[in-house]
Ligand binder design. Structure first.
Ligand code: PHE
Length: 343
């Protein structure tokens, strides 16, 4: 009997020494000490031995079981240490790999354009004045020298909220609000914001777009001041070599009225797609504030004069970035918007 157990012990210890990883060790444990393991089977067979041999066989079997459990535990500790050491070497994280930068969003190209415009006008002493987007017919038209049924109202295709309330078609009602706020003091403001027109959406026109209105009221303001401000703006925004052109035009709220052109920044006046082969691009509608409008704002036209202008930041952003379709700005296509990404 003891020779059987001795042989079993020999075999068990040598195969234990041969186990080099957790899986092999587990298999070894099953093989000797598991439910169908060799030692277990031996212990179960004791019952079939002659009665006088049983105590000794039981004792010897138990000793072997305890010995093997003990050796197993010791070997397990060894193997775990080796495996841990290997894992620490082989499974290190490469901390030098650059991380993936999360998309944090960016400013809209029109926001960026507006901010550049604010900075340029701030240098010339213009403050930002905010005016409402939902406007009364009175401010959008009537006080700007366009009584009901005035034919010039056709210049703006209007979204009516009710009979007397509109979505502003231009930022010019902001002129009237600023005048009534500041009167009798001089005024020097820009009024930026959204405007709405009931128009067919095309490459050149959106139903929502921005304007930057400008207004200066004082005691000696002339058309020369308007020309100077327009030229200074164009040269700050588009380059010091810009040439200006002022064409006679018509707006009910200015007299005289002009349209402000600058030479095309793409071709320098030679003629190209951007300027539609004219060599000039329009950047503003403007003029001297009409006496009726001054009076409506609370100023005496005998004493005060002023100029006003209206510019389209979308148009400026299109010229600046060579964008040929205004619809890109509000199409929410990130492939377009990310090109301006400043973050
Ligand atoms: N409000 C005019 C427009 O929308 C532009 C303008 C503003 C013209 C101020 C003259 C003075 O076309």
């Amino acid at each position: 009997m003891s020779t059987v157990l001795e042989a079993m012990e020999q075999a068990a210890l040598s195969s234990l020494a041969a186990a080099t990883n957790s899986e092999e060790l587990e298999a070894w444990h099953q093989d000797y000490l598991g439910r169908k393991g060799k030692v277990t089977v031996f212990m179960r067979s004791i019952g079939s031995l002659p009665a006088e041999e049983r105590p000794q066989a039981g004792q010897a079997g138990n000793q072997l079981r305890l010995l093997l459990e003990e050796r197993h535990t010791a070997r397990q500790t060894e193997i775990r240490e080796v495996e841990l050491a290997r894992a620490l070497v082989e499974e290190t994280i490469d901390v030098t790999l650059p991380g993936r930068r999360p998309w944090t969003g960016g400013l809209h190209p029109i926001t960026l354009t507006l901010r550049r415009m604010y900075a340029i006008f701030a240098e010339m002493g213009f403050q930002v004045y905010r005016s409402r987007e939902v406007e009364s017919d009175l401010y959008n038209f009537e006080l700007l020298n366009m009584p009901p049924e005035h034919p010039a109202r056709d210049m703006w295709d209007t979204f009516y909220v009710s009979d007397s309330v509109v979505l502003r078609t231009h930022t010019s009602p902001g002129q009237m609000r600023a005048m009534r706020d500041y009167c009798p003091e001089p005024v020097r403001v820009i009024v930026p914001g959204k405007c709405y027109r009931y128009e067919q959406v095309t490459a050149r026109s959106e139903f929502m777009f921005h304007q930057v209105e400008g207004l200066a009221i004082g005691t000696d303001i002339t058309l020369a001041d308007l020309k100077g401000v327009m030229a200074t703006f164009a040269r700050r925004m588009f380059g010091p070599e810009r040439q200006m052109r002022f064409r006679a035009s018509y707006f009910p709220f200015t007299e005289p009225s002009v349209e402000v052109d600058m030479d095309c920044i793409i071709c320098g006046g030679e003629g190209c797609r951007v300027c539609k082969h004219t060599g000039w691009v329009e950047i503003a509608g403007a003029g001297m504030v009409h006496p009726t409008v001054l009076r409506n704002g609370g100023y005496d036209p005998e004493q005060f004069s002023g100029f006003a202008f209206g510019m389209g930041p979308e148009r400026i952003a299109m010229i600046l970035n060579d964008v040929d379709d205004i619809r890109y700005f509000y199409g929410n296509d990130l492939r377009f918007l990310r090109q301006f990404g400043n973050l």
